[in-house]
Design a protein around this ligand. Structure first.
Ligand code: ATP
Length: 343
C-alpha cells in the first residue's frame, strides 16, 4: 500500500521563523536569460535553531547564503523573492541598512578567514570596530569587549593577542577570530558558509564545538552551508537540500536522514559511509550537476534519477510528507514512490 502525502502547498512554515526565504530566484546579470541559477527557493530558519543547506557543488548554496547577506557577486542579480529577517525584507533594504544588519543582528562566518579578515589590521582592532560601528562604543570599551570576545572564542592569552595580525595566527585561530568578529555584533542569526572545510579534522571538531556552545549560550540561530553530512547530523536541527538551484527537500534532520523523500537526498545519503550500515556499499550518483543554463525542465535531477517518469518533466509540486517535511518529487506526491532510505 502506498501512503498518500499529507498535502501540497508552496509556502514555508513561517510561524516562529527568524529568517524566511520565499520564492528566491537569482540569475546572471545581462547575457542570455538563464532558467534560474537559483529558482523559487523557500525555507525558514526558526529562532535559535540550526539549519543546514546541503547539496553537491554548484547547486546554489553559497549564492543563497550570499543573497541573505546582501553580498551577491556583481554578475548575479535577484530576479524575485523575499528574504524576511525579523520582519524586514532584506531585499528591499538600501546599502546603509544592510550594513547595519550584516555584522549586527546577522553575523557571517566564511570558509577562508583570510579572505574576510583585514590583513593590515590587528585582530583586536577588527573586532573592536564591530563594537564601535554597531554599538557606538568608545575605543577603550570596544577594545575591552574585543578582549572578552577573544577569550570567549577560546584564544589563549587574549589581551596579548589583541595586537596580533591575522597572518601571525594559525588557520584555526583565524577562524576563531572571525567567529569573535561575527558575534561582536550580538547577532540573532549567523550564516556560516563551510566554516570548517579549510581546517584539519581535529580543528574542525573544535570549531564546531565552539559554534555549538555559542549557539546554546547566546540563543543563536545558524544557517550552515556544508557538504559534510556528519556535521549536519551532529549540529543541525533541520536540513534544506538543494539540487541545481532548486530546493528539493526540507525537513527535520532526523526525518530527512531516516526517511528521505526525494531521490536526490537518498542518493546523497547513500554516497557517504554510515557507522550503522558498515556493510552497505556506497552509492555513486552517476553524472554531475548540469551547468547553469542547461537545466532540464521540471525536476532538474531527472537525468540522474533512477525513478524518472514522464511526469518528472513537469514542474514538481511542493508536497508535505510529514511534520515540517517537504519534498519536490512529483512521483512521491502522486504516491508512486515511498519516502525512505531505499528510495
Ligand atoms: N560570480 C558568478 N558568476 C557566474 N556564475 C556564478 C557566480 N557565482 C556562482 N555562479 C554559478 O552559480 C551556480 C551556483 O553556485 P554556488 O557557488 O552557489 O554553488 P554551491 O552549491 O555553493 O557550490 P560549492 O559547494 O562548490 O560552494 C553555479 O553554477 C556557479 O557556477
Amino acid at each position: 500500500m502506498t501512503a498518500a502525502p499529507l498535502a501540497t502547498g508552496t509556502a514555508p512554515d513561517t510561524a516562529g521563523a527568524l529568517l524566511s526565504v520565499r520564492g528566491l530566484t537569482l540569475d546572471l546579470v545581462g547575457g542570455t536569460p538563464q532558467p534560474g541559477l537559483v529558482q523559487g527557493v523557500e525555507f525558514t530558519v526558526p529562532k535559535g535553531r540550526s539549519v543546514a543547506l546541503i547539496g553537491e557543488s554548484g547547486c546554489g548554496k553559497t549564492l543563497t547564503a550570499m543573497a541573505i547577506l546582501g553580498l551577491l557577486p556583481r554578475a548575479v542579480r535577484v530576479v524575485s523573492g523575499e528574504i524576511v529577517f525579523a520582519g524586514t525584507d532584506l531585499l528591499t533594504c538600501g546599502p546603509r541598512e544592510l550594513r547595519r544588519i550584516r555584522g549586527g543582528p546577522v553575523g557571517a562566518v566564511f570558509q577562508e578567514p583570510m579572505s574576510s579578515l583585514n590583513p593590515t589590521m590587528t585582530v583586536g582592532d577588527q573586532i573592536a570596530e564591530a563594537r564601535r560601528i554597531h554599538f557606538r562604543e568608545g575605543r577603550r570599551t570596544a577594545r575591552e569587549h574585543a578582549r572578552e570576545l577573544l577569550d570567549r572564542v577560546g584564544i589563549p592569552d587574549a589581551r596579548r593577542r589583541l595586537d596580533s595580525y591575522p597572518h601571525e595566527m594559525s588557520g584555526g585561530m583565524q577562524q576563531r577570530v572571525m567567529i569573535a568578529a561575527a558575534i561582536a555584533g550580538e547577532p540573532r542569526l549567523v550564516v556560516a558558509d563551510e566554516p570548517t572545510t579549510a581546517l584539519d579534522v581535529t580543528i574542525q571538531a573544535e570549531i564546531l564545538e565552539l559554534l555549538r556552545d555559542l549557539r546554546r549560550d547566546l540563543g543563536l540561530a545558524v544557517l550552515l552551508v556544508t557538504h559534510d553530512l556528519g556535521v549536519v547530523a551532529d549540529f543541525c536541527d533541520e536540513v534544506v537540500v538543494m539540487y541545481a538551484g532548486h530546493v528539493v527537500e526540507r525537513a527535520p534532520v532526523r526525518d530527512a536522514f531516516r526517511t528521505p523523500a526525494h531521490p536526490y537526498t537518498s542518493a546523497l545519503l547513500g554516497s557517504v559511509p554510515r557507522s550503522d550500515h558498515a556493510r552497505t556499499p556506497l552509492q555513486v550518483i552517476g553524472g554531475r550537476v548540469p551547468p547553469a543554463g542547461s537545466f532540464p525542465g521540471g525536476c532538474r535531477f531527472q537525468p540522474r534519477c533512477r525513478h524518472t517518469a514522464p511526469a518528472c518533466a513537469e514542474p514538481q509540486p511542493d508536497t508535505v510528507v510529514g511534520s515540517g517535511h517537504h519534498t519536490r518529487c512529483g512521483r512521491v506526491a502522486a504516491g508512486g514512490l515511498q519516502p525512505g532510505r531505499e528510495l
